[in-house]
Design a protein around this ligand. Sequence first.
Ligand code: MG
Length: 377
Amino acid sequence: MNVKSIAVLGSTGSIGRQTLEVARHLGIGITALSAGSNAKLLESQCREFRPQRVCIGESEYNNLKTALADTNVKILSGDEGLAELASVDPSPTLVNAVLGMKGLVPTLNAAKAGKKIAFANKETLVAGGNIVTGAVKEGGARLLPVDSEHSAIFQCIQNGNPIKKILLTGSGGPFRGKDGAFLETVTPEMAVRHPKWNMGKKISVDSASLMNKGLELIEAMHLFDVSPEKIEIIIHPQSTVHSLVEFEDNAVLAQLGSPDMRTCIQYALTYPDRAPSMASPLDLFGAGLTFERPDRETFPLLALAERCARKGGNAPAVMNGANEQAVAEFLNGKIGFTKMFRLVIEAVDALEYIPSPGLEDIVASDAAAREYVLSHK
Ligand code: MG
């Protein structure tokens, strides 16, 4: 294992905190940290890991500056600070655990700097996939997936054989087997209680609506350069098989493990090596592995994502922007769970389709989609 130090963007979120646990476990140094608004936790992370630079959202800049006045850490702020951090940080590996589209410019900057990017910012690949993969190629950078399914697929394709089909698994979330009438009654508290994985609020809501599988389908298209027709979504409630890959001879390889994000984070950091893990080993006895087809009628956002994946252009960016805003409104108690579905579907149908969007089109589509949700909620 040759990774000595890393930068962690989004260090106070669920993936960020688990990344720091892995860093502590493996003795990896931290050169940069960033957070949106949790200045308290960022301060304590700074005191433990002693990074050179940190970045925080503008509203908390003064608080953090006061809190860290006795240290010599350089404090940046806002989107510009985050973009700068991704460019100037000296570590060859950057963990991008930023939530949502805010991670796009930092990703592009890390790509230009030719870094290894341990990637947990799926919204960015969904919205700007071709732009991100283009920048990665051009900069000689590398995207190493942190998302558990994509980490599994990545591990299954190390033999280099062409992929015939990806079987992308998902637990089905907390409302698997429920009907539309039940979904009308879902509250934010119910939606964030995921049965298997320890995750942040936004992704927990996406898991409950199955939008997360849709986002992951588009993420997989870009990470592994496959068409959406070659990716099948499979519901696997035990979350033990993290995904599978079928090859030309119909042989199927799978990666299994206990559902613990720290395994996926660690592999992205130690790749191509492996190291002892903090996660518990897999116990196959009594695991009772089962597989089902997803229910696209009750969970229409999965069908929408599949449609946007095939449509391409700015459709995934519109879908993602509308979904980010709709999830925020749902978590704030402003709209119901199924209203969230309707708004995202409507936004995709209502907004202008751009077949070959550039970066500005992607940013504008994202903003228009958020605005659509805000004005129709
Ligand atoms: Mg996942």
